[in-house]
Design a protein around this ligand. Structure first.
Ligand code: GLC
Length: 581
């Protein structure tokens, strides 16, 4: 066969949107949006202290508009002691000085909207920091007080109350309970913390707690945010009586949702029940309340759930019309790189979300998982959150990981619905597997006595300019996690305009996705390419992905995009192409 044109990766960034469109009501823009996750501490540092900040983000937003994404999601930048990188909030209505000020946030918002980018904030309602005023007041108040009732305090077991109220284990390792000392110095009650000991769980059965969050949502909506990503949206309500629980096995999902990594999209019948602290049906009432608050505001604000629940049919309950707009598709994220599994998860996702009228989402990387440029070539079975490091067996080969990642992203961006990107994946960044132990900061590493590496390897500050200190991350050479010495070729400026670079592949895919309205399209499977190939048509684009080991023949057609060089009309292993149908 012959190809009608050679791949051209350099597509002009010609899709700025006006601020007016950003606020136009009725568009339900999020149904098809590509949303780029910014992890503020690792995106861009304006001060040189080695930690990214809001002015740094503002100064780089134009590059995201050029990339062609529709919105940015900012991981938490609120006041926080940073015991869990900002997911431990001590004031929901202020910016941590480490990241800047509320005025910096307003500038960021205005700049983003001028560039046609929407902005999504990250709300963390399951728990606060132990430094939050609410918790400090609870500690200072007596047992049974209204202040204590904001959190999950319980008496210990045994004659002296020195045995934890139940056997639950924290997501980050160790017990899920911490005993407090009363103001008079005597040993007191215990409080629940699903995550770190510094992250006490709020008591969401308490109407007072619910009211506080309505105000917090309005605070940010009034400042113009276009919506929220909601942290741990499957937590919040715990089973009555807090019964003991022993997990069936080590699992793929954050904190022990039930499906194993190797069986990610099982039917409802195959899935063991959720632990007593995850996926309780009582959470839906909370989300209906939040949905109503967002509906008070013009411009289609979005609410995206981080809900680690299996199977997809259950996750779909989070995106019923009066709850979340969408939910991260973690089933898709962890699907094995085989044609059979990928095709099945795409079908299952569209069916499950579609059944409740929601768009499917697609996601391959975020700040909690091993970057997909590494994960897709990983031989070891690594449960989510455990991370990888120098001693992990079966270390992946960087080149084959990147090759698969480029093919996987090319498939993802061709699918209808909404897609999430994680900062740095557009540069093809791998997981940093060689971080020195002394640099690690994830509570998982600390709370498991260094048994699990945790998530630092995907959080290393990203490279912008190959020849600058800290690769242009900031004005100094400082970087809160050390950057690998061989990252210069990944720097954005090294890839800009370079045919075949990962950055240009993303740009091309995003531009074509927008031009052909693939986000609003539909999947029509095409057969006849063999068991290791996925082939589909979405509107005018035919997508063919070879997940096998042997090259397959391509049909004749105009080549719009190729994740690798195409030579002689054959689609090599781990490669994706888009052709004009
Ligand atoms: C979510 C966040 C993760 C955080 C945890 C506790 O899963 O994505 O980074 O550690 O919640 O807030």
């Amino acid at each position: 066969m012959t190809l009608e044109s050679a791949p051209d990766f350099t597509v002009p960034a010609d899709r700025p949107v006006t601020g007016e469109q950003v606020t136009s009501p009725g568009s339900e823009w999020w149904r098809t949006a590509v949303i780029y996750q910014i992890y503020p501490r690792s995106f861009a540092d304006s001060t040189g202290d080695g930690i990214g900040d809001l002015p740094g983000i503002t100064s780089r937003l134009h590059s995201l508009a050029e990339l062609g994404v529709d919105a940015v999601w900012l991981s938490p930048f609120f006041s926080s002691p940073q015991k869990d990188a900002g997911y431990d909030v001590s004031d929901y209505c202020d910016v941590d000085p480490m990241f800047g000020t509320l005025a910096d946030f307003d500038t960021l918002m205005a700049t983003a909207h001028d560039l046609g980018l929407r902005v999504i904030a990250d709300m963390v309602p399951n728990h606060t920091s132990d430094q939050h005023r609410w918790f400090q007041e609870a500690l200072a108040s007596s047992e049974g007080s209204a202040e204590r009732d904001r959190y999950m305090f319980r008496d210990g077991k045994g004659p002296n109350g020195d045995i934890a109220p139940n056997n639950w284990e924290s997501v980050f390792g160790g017990p899920m309970w911490q005993r407090i000392t009363n103001p008079d110095g005597t040993p007191g009650q215990w409080y629940l913390h699903i995550f770190d000991v510094s992250q006490p769980d709020l008591n969401w059965e308490n109407p007072w707690v619910r009211e506080q969050f309505f105000d917090i949502l309005r605070f940010w909506l009034d400042r113009g945010v276009d919506g929220f990503r909601v942290d741990v949206a499957h937590g919040m309500i715990k089973e009555e009586g807090l019964p003991d629980y022993t997990p069936p096995m080590e699992t793929a999902s954050m904190g022990g949702t039930a499906a194993a990594a190797t069986d990610l999209v099982p039917g409802i019948a195959d899935v063991p029940p959720d632990p007593p602290y995850w996926g309780h049906s009582g959470v839906h009432d909370i989300w209906r309340g939040w949905n109503a608050v967002l509906a008070e505001y013009p411009g289609d604000r979005v609410m995206a759930a981080e809900a680690w629940v299996d199977p997809l049919e259950k996750m779909a309950l989070w995106v019923r019309p009066d709850e979340f707009s969408q939910a991260f598709n973690f089933g898709y994220m962890f699907t094995e790189w085989t044609a059979r599994d990928m095709r099945k998860v795409v079908d299952d996702s569209i069916a499950a979300f579609g059944a409740v009228g929601a768009p499917s989402t697609w996601v391959l990387s975020n700040h909690d998982v091993v970057r997909h440029a590494t994960r897709l070539a990983l031989h070891a079975d690594v449960p989510q959150g455990s991370g990888i490091g120098p001693k992990t067996p079966g270390k992946p080969d960087t080149a084959s990981g990147l090759r698969r990642a480029r093919a996987a992203t090319s498939l993802m961006l061709s699918l209808p619905g909404s897609a999430y990107l994680y900062q740095g994946e557009e540069l093809g960044l791998p997981e940093d597997m060689e971080l020195p132990d002394s640099a690690r900061q994830d509570p998982t590493w600390l709370r498991t006595n260094h048994e699990k590496y945790g998530r630092d390897g995907c959080r290393v500050p990203i490279p912008w300019e190959a020849d600058k200190p800290s690769y242009g991350f900031g004005p100094s050479g400082n970087s809160w996690l050390p950057q690998p010495e061989d990252w210069a070729p990944y720097a954005r400026d090294a890839q800009e305009g370079l045919a075949g670079s990962t950055l240009e592949l993303y740009r091309t895919a995003l531009a074509l996705r927008s031009e052909h309205r693939l986000g609003a399209g539909a999947v029509q499977w095409l057969d006849g390419y063999g068991p290791d190939v996925i082939a589909l048509r979405n509107g005018p684009v035919t997508v063919i992905v070879n997940l096998g080991k042997v090259a397959v023949e391509l049909p004749i057609g105009e080549l719009l995009l190729a994740s690798e060089d195409i030579i002689g009309g054959a689609l090599p292993a781990d490669t994706a192409v888009w052709l004009r149908s």
